[in-house]
Design a protein around this ligand. Structure first.
Ligand code: DSN
Length: 401
């Protein structure tokens, strides 16, 4: 083994110790199980599998066909969908394939803007979606909530081809059935990107948009607790072939075969009572932590959260500075826009907090309340050194035993 290889191993060790020693509140992250990590690092790394099960462009794919089929079926059961494509490398690839199957270049997309909680691939001007399509945005109302009637008015005025629902920092829920009715009346398609909340949806804690959308996309590594990647789901038979060809060869060549095996393991894990109980605890933890911040006098974009995350407004300090101070003390989260933010993406007005990772570590009410108080104490400079307390807490709740 050469010296560089040893250095790489050292770096991996440092990262894995870091993950064990820090509290992770990044809403788009979680800890995949050891089995899904092991399976996603299997000998399938060596196998090229361009195409779809039993219809490949290379020989030697028979075993992989079985795995991919299993992953497809497991995800269909998980989300009660007729069709599933488990090949997207990421949520963005899944969205790109969905657009390609639903609309034409330069067609009009209606989405929530990035500053209010939209995703980059929902039409941000520097993303391909903002370049290829004509993007208009709807807004949150004065209470930072989706206002169905206002969105309906925008739909009537703008006449988009596609409405995108699903967000990266929205702490309330979407009334998918309402939008289904509107879309029928106005002849528009609906794409629901459930990347953040898919784990809560497959557990039945949030309404499943599958019957209210033309296409549903999600990443697999947030509340779903799988390895990194994306999937596309639909119950619309008419567009399914277009979705498959939109992804391959439209957006991707060969899929990441080894990751599909890892996804299969994650789907199996999510299809369990243990996972339902896990997601119930995420919701409890999220509500308790938000309540603690509100009790300490902080503002959120709304006074409750109905999912795994929420925003906390940072008034007297810079959010970027807070992010750094927290990291130094062992707490990871990200600075984030607050709805109608006038500040830049480098120093936006809020921090975003997600509870999926802490809940995976089996932390409950007491621990999340304690962490919220540590954060408030740091922001308010009442306690400038919590690093040791965080390490002790993390040791009690290991990620991988
Ligand atoms: N938009 C990013 C986030 O929510 O963190 C990735 O999904």
């Amino acid at each position: 083994m050469n010296k560089n290889f040893y250095n790489f191993l050292d770096l991996l060790k440092i990262e894995s110790i870091k993950q064990e020693k820090k509290i992770n509140l990044i809403a788009s992250e979680n800890y995949a199980s050891l089995s899904s990590i092991i399976y996603s690092s299997s000998c399938f790394i060596n196998k090229y599998t361009e195409g779809y099960p039993f219809n490949r462009y290379y020989s030697g794919c028979k075993i992989f066909d079985i795995f991919e089929n299993k992953a497809i079926i497991e995800s269909q059961v998980l989300f009660s969908s007729f069709f599933s494509n488990v090949q997207p490398h990421s949520g963005t690839q899944a969205n790109a394939a969905a657009y390609q199957s639903l609309i034409n270049k330069d067609d009009k997309i209606l989405s929530l803007d990035l500053k209010s909680g939209g995703h980059l691939s929902h039409g941000f001007k520097k993303n391909f979606s903002g370049n290829f399509y004509n993007v208009v945005n709807y807004c949150l109302d004065k209470n930072n909530l989706l206002n169905n009637n206002n969105i309906e008015k925008v739909i009537k005025y703008e006449k988009p081809s596609l409405l995108i629902l699903g967000y990266s920092s929205y702490q309330n829920i979407v009334e998918w059935d309402f939008f289904k009715k509107i879309s029928k009346k106005n002849n528009i398609k609906i794409l629901s990107d459930i990347s953040h909340i898919s784990g809560l949806i497959c557990s039945g804690l949030i309404q499943n948009p599958i019957n209210f959308s033309d296409v549903v996309t999600t990443t697999t590594h947030k509340t779903l607790r799988g390895i990194k990647g994306g999937i596309i789901l639909s119950n619309n038979k008419k567009i399914w072939n277009k979705i498959n060809s939109g992804l391959f060869p439209g957006q991707q060549g060969g899929c990441i075969s080894n990751h599909i095996i890892g996804k299969y393991i994650s789907f199996k894990e999510a299809n369990s009572y243990e996972f339902i109980n896990y997601t119930k605890q995420i919701l409890i933890n999220s509500k308790i932590m938000l309540k603690t911040f509100l009790y300490r006098g902080y503002n959120s974009s709304s006074d409750e959260t109905l999912n795994h995350m929420f925003l906390i407004k940072i008034n007297n300090e810079c959010s970027s500075y807070i992010e750094k101070i927290l990291e130094k003390n062992g707490i990871l989260l990200n600075k984030n826009f607050f709805p109608k933010d006038s500040k830049s993406s480098k120093k936006p007005s809020a921090i975003r907090i997600g509870l999926s990772s802490c809940t995976t570590r089996k932390m409950k009410n007491l621990e999340v309340e304690l962490i919220a108080n540590y954060i408030c104490d740091l922001i308010e400079k009442k306690n400038n050194f919590i690093k040791l307390d965080i390490i002790i807490l993390c040791k009690k709740f290991p990620i991988y035993k």
